[in-house]
Design a protein around this ligand. Sequence first.
Ligand SMILES: NC(=O)c1ccc[n+]([C@@H]2O[C@H](COP(=O)([O-])OP(=O)(O)OC[C@H]3O[C@@H](n4cnc5c(N)ncnc54)[C@H](O)[C@@H]3O)[C@@H](O)[C@H]2O)c1
Length: 317
Amino acid sequence: MHILITGGAGFIGSNLCEKLLQEKHRIICVDNLLTGCEKNITHLKENRNFTFLNHDVIQPLEIAEKIDAIFHLASPASPNHHSKLSYHTLAMETMLVNTQGTLALLKLAKKHQAKFLFASTSEIYGNPKVHPQKETYNGNVSPVGPRSIYDEAKRFGETLTFHFFRKENVDARIARIFNTYGPHMLVEDKRMIINFIIEAIAGSTITIYGDGRQTRSLCYIDDMTEALSRLMFYSKTAGEVVNIGSNNEHTVLEYAQMVKEIACSKSDIRLTEPLPQDDPEKRRADITKAQHLLDWKPTITLETGLKKTINYFRKIV
Ligand SMILES: NC(=O)c1ccc[n+]([C@@H]2O[C@H](COP(=O)([O-])OP(=O)(O)OC[C@H]3O[C@@H](n4cnc5c(N)ncnc54)[C@H](O)[C@@H]3O)[C@@H](O)[C@H]2O)c1
């Protein structure tokens, strides 16, 4: 199949490019390197089935060859206010890529009669009042809160995707992605698990925002790319919204302790930084739907995933 992946030089996108290339698909990776990194795809460029286009997907895209499927993953994704790559810093880019960019890509999908997958997020549930979150929960999001640039843009991206499914005959689906981790994350992203790993490797203090009792459920990247691929290509997935993530919930403090232990680090753990406004207290995917529809559930244990990720960062930092 001929597959276009936007955000293909980013964390999830580059891992997805790699997986689908291994399965002998032709991959067109489109990325403007806003928060991604060319190093993530350098090793793929030798493969003649791989093409990289440096393009901002907010602008319309013409592709001469026939495209069978489009994964729209392009978007800043880090919530950390301290990162120059976060969606707070890149507010306008984030709002536009998930709205105007999604519209441009849905039009491309229609033109090519291609399948379409929109990478949405667990953040559309906001600070959830229902736990764990099922796809039927409509969320608790402030339209003007600090995270609204990301949450509301993703929500409108979902609306556009469903409009094209209902009215424009596009074979579209939505993945609501929960926290994911693994190789090819960028240090500059400053997402929680990377911060912990970098601090643990360096032996410096592991800093936790808030009291550390807020919970997260982390999915290893290989489980994520497998689920995204199934959601795109399995039958009966058109018009479906599916949570993809881990349902193995831990407190942030427990993650810090696990990273410290697996990295054999002597770092202290400090609970000093204030919790950012709108930081969700709880996040856990209800993945019952993915289990039934995709016959999928995460298979990589937290210990194995953390070991692989720590080994990757030991090599690159
Ligand atoms: N990683 C997670 O835990 C997570 C959780 C929920 C949702 N998601 C979603 O999954 C997708 C991928 O996330 P990620 O973690 O790989 O992020 P990432 O920042 O590593 O990758 C995103 C990629 O999109 C590219 N990009 C951004 N704007 C672009 C534009 N206008 N044109 C072309 N390319 C553009 C960036 O350069 C980057 O390579 C995003 O849509 C994100 O919202 C990720």
